[in-house]
Design a protein around this ligand. Structure first.
Ligand code: AMP
Length: 452
């Protein structure tokens, strides 16, 4: 099914063709007709599925073919896309610009950590589509430098991440500033109770669509665990990179400090590396990302939150220097490799502290991961497990038994984590679903019950 058959106009079809998209991805096939129909949408999809075009293309179609709802003297913002991170905001707005290159619509990106004044100046001109992080948006709203009275379409992108990052109150404040009559689109990779509560509050008889995370268990991603002692992980990683001459390695660490220390160690070993996380300035992050994409940097070390929304895909190697506290993050991480038919490899360096995290991941992906040791880096059986700070290397709930004491299940990341309550498999909220436009959408699967 080509893009032109989905009800998109020629300038939009031309733009995606110029970007080399030959056919819609599964989420696009479902989301585009649903959004064009004008109703609300709840979509389970994560980065890498093509979700951004899934909501942007039909928004462009709607905005370019209808007059503003409130034809003011000065046209206001017609579509608002909220994202959790600056990187994602920048990337989404770049996509909006790419897809609207043959249209007369204008867009703007807005996030904190940079000066307000250039944004205030930009807001004086026409902005049809605003891509924003909630905090800075509220700053502008409270200073009266903009309003949201003309918004016709609201998108919450990566809503689960926004809640994880503590944005729930900010989101509610933004919602209160929007006109009541509007189209709402909520995208989330996972469906916790919190997300379902938000969906119930926000969405009116939403169409429900869900796509499987790409590569979640894709055969073309070779997954491998190397058992190693925690103190020897850095040396092992250097060894693996040099021994196999890996280029373009994305390495995930659990903490910002750990990311810095690792990048410094790799640099010392002669492997060009940089760390990217929330404490880095925007310009440092942009520079690191550009260096990594161009091949100047061999290794990019990232925390989960910083890596969200970074448009780097089809990587040959993803390394979990530490396993994530939340098993769904493992799937997000390895989804960076092996895209679009390319072969990929996801390596996890696992020490004795992380046994429980590994079991949780294997339960989620429903298969054991092959595990071995690298000669010269064999584990010392005398080393005992230590609780992972903020981790959950102890069994959850009452049922497990026989576990070490550990830290419950809060997320780490950004230092402002909140509970990530639900299972990975998207669940429908209790809002009554309505059939999506043109029968393309389908209802998410029943929750799979997983016991931790
Ligand atoms: P997203 O999930 O929105 O972050 O998109 C992931 C990547 O897929 C981005 O680099 C997009 O440019 C790319 N992409 C989106 N839709 C398509 C498509 N239909 N064909 C090929 N690439 C696509």
């Amino acid at each position: 099914m080509p893009f032109s058959r989905l009800g998109l106009s020629d300038p939009i079809v031309r733009a995606v063709a110029e970007l080399g998209y030959t056919e819609p991805t599964p989420i696009q096939l479902q989301a585009i007709p649903a959004v064009l129909s004008g109703g609300d949408l709840l979509a389970g999809a994560q980065t890498g599925t093509g979700k951004t075009a899934g909501f942007t293309l039909p928004i462009l179609q709607r905005l370019s073919t209808t007059a503003p709802a409130q034809p003011n003297a000065r046209p206001g913002i017609r579509a608002l896309i909220l994202t959790p991170t600056r990187e994602l905001a920048a990337q989404v707005e770049e996509n909006v610009r790419d897809y609207s290159r043959h249209l007369k619509l204008t867009s703007m990106v807005m996030f904190g950590g940079v000066g307000m004044n250039p944004q205030v100046d930009r807001l004086k001109k026409r902005v049809d589509i605003l891509v924003a992080c909630p905090g800075r948006l509220l700053d502008h709203l409270s200073q009266g430098t903009m309003d949201l009275n003309s918004v016709e379409i609201l998108v919450l992108d990566e809503a689960d991440r926004m809640l994880d990052m503590g944005f729930v109150h900010d989101i509610k404040k933004v919602l209160a500033k929007l006109p009541p009559k509007r189209q709402n689109l909520l995208f989330s990779a996972t469906f916790s109770d919190e997300i379902r509560a938000l969906a119930d509050r926000l969405l009116d008889h939403p169409a429900l669509i869900e796509v499987a995370p790409r590569n979640a268990t894709a055969d073309r991603v070779r997954q491998q665990v190397y058992r190693v002692d925690r103190e020897r992980k850095r040396d092992l990683l250097s060894h693996l990179i040099q021994e196999h001459n890996w280029q373009q390695v994305l390495v995930f660490t659990r903490t910002k400090h750990g990311a810095n220390r690792l990048a410094e160690k790799l640099e010392k070993d002669g492997i060009p590396s940089a760390a990217i996380h929330g404490n880095k300035s925007q310009s440092a992050r942009t520079k690191a990302l550009a260096g990594f994409k161009s091949g100047e940097l061999q290794v990019l070390v990232a925390t989960d939150i910083a890596a969200r929304g970074i448009d780097i895909s089809e990587l040959p190697h993803v390394v979990n220097f530490e396993l994530p506290n939340v098993p769904e993050d493992y799937v997000h991480r390895i989804g960076r490799t092996g895209r679009a038919g390319a072969e990929g490899e996801a390596i996890s360096l696992v020490c004795v502290d992380e046994n429980k995290l590994l079991v949780d991941i294997e339960k989620l992906i429903r298969r054991p991961l092959p595990s071995s040791q690298v000669p010269g880096f064999e584990v010392d059986p005398r080393i005992q497990a230590e609780p992972i700070p903020n981790g959950r290397n102890a069994p959850r709930g009452g049922g497990g038994g026989g576990g070490r004491s550990g830290g419950g299940q809060p997320r780490s990341g950004g230092g402002q984590g909140s509970h990530h309550g639900g299972p990975g498999a998207p669940r429908a909220p209790s809002a009554t679903p309505r059939p999506a436009g043109q029968g393309q959408a389908r209802t998410p699967k029943k929750p799979t019950s997983r016991h931790h």
